[in-house]
Design a protein around this ligand. Sequence first.
Ligand SMILES: *Cc1c(COP(=O)(O)O)cnc(C)c1O
Length: 428
Amino acid sequence: MVRKKKEYTPRDIGQHKLRPESLMMGYGYRPEWSEGAIKCPIFQTSTFAFRSAEEGKAFFELAYGLREKAPGESLGLIYSRLNNPDLEILEDRLTLWDEAEAAAVCTSGMAAIATVAFTFLRPGDVLLHSEPLYGGTEHLFTQVLPQFGIDVVNFPAGPAGCEAAEEALSDKSVADRVGMIFIETPANPTNDLVDIAHCADLAKRCCSKRKPVVAVDNTFLGPLFQHPLKFGADLAIYSATKFIGGHSDLIAGAVLGSEELIAKVLETRTFLGTASGPWTGWLILRSLETLKLRMTSQMKNARYVADFLADHPKVDKVNYLGHLTEDDPQFELYRRQCVAPGAMVAFEVHGGEAEAFRFLNALKLVHLAVSLGGTESLAEHPATMTHSDIPAADQPRMGITPALVRISIGVEHYEDVIADLDQALAAV
Ligand SMILES: *Cc1c(COP(=O)(O)O)cnc(C)c1O
């Protein structure tokens, strides 16, 4: 099978531009490449035979950056740590939702984030990030990267974020060393927002020596409901384990951006060995066919669930983007930056950890598990589970209280999910 970019499934019919959901079943692949198979085969192979020694030499020259690509030339297949047809087709398909030029798929969301960090940060650099972050990212940034000489500075997600980020960059010794601005929006688990366009502007305006890369972890809303690259971000990052994979049966990550930046990420991916495998790639290709169906259904269910929780006497507070009202300081940003409120709801049970645990232990349909974005609803306790790495003294400042429960809403019938939450709240 030789994939030729020019011969892909067309992206439009005459003047009519095809939408991503229509291209998810076949873009980047043609049945005639593989015996007419309507679906792309799984290329479960570690290595690829060269047709000649000259071809092998030419492929390696590109892979190791020994010469520039000739016009229209793409990297040939060498070895599955560098590239594999299932991954390449998946990467092409993933670019469509975010209208990115290129993508790199990694073994996990953390592998994607670590690969990006090792691509764009060097000893002496500052990493400026929003907080809270996903627990694993927080650990990588605050515990691991400092061991490589990287200084980490943070600012809060939510209404105070813009001013705090600006303030951090008003210190010239920080501004001159920023190698990357990394934000997670909506923030996990609070749904607090960070203004992507403002961060992109700060990167241009405040960092005089070089423009830092602006990377956005878009796991919570994307790729359907938020498109960071349109707001000036350089990279959109996903834990594909979540909505993109969508069935709680695989671990993967992805980075999207310009050809130029993704080429750098791919080089790091090759040498850190963080490329995903063909089987996972194939599973995600299958997942992408129903991405819009799943995310739309989950988003609709989440609204019913959030409305139910907001009216419940044993619930003190609901963090749900669909409940932001015009008088909320984040409302304008939400309307500008997000397409829909997504399927993540966090709420405070009346009481504290004991009450939250009683609720979680009483669930019958909704599973008590970390992770999110799958077809089944999942509930967890951020303070002692996903975000337990954040010192207890720092958690409340980020909105992570002992009473907080996070729920990822699945595709079940919403009345069944609500019935389960109702009986579990009765146990509180
Ligand atoms: C899960 C998650 C990650 C990490 O992804 P893995 O696939 O588990 O490595 C990063 N960011 C966010 C927001 C997540 O929810």
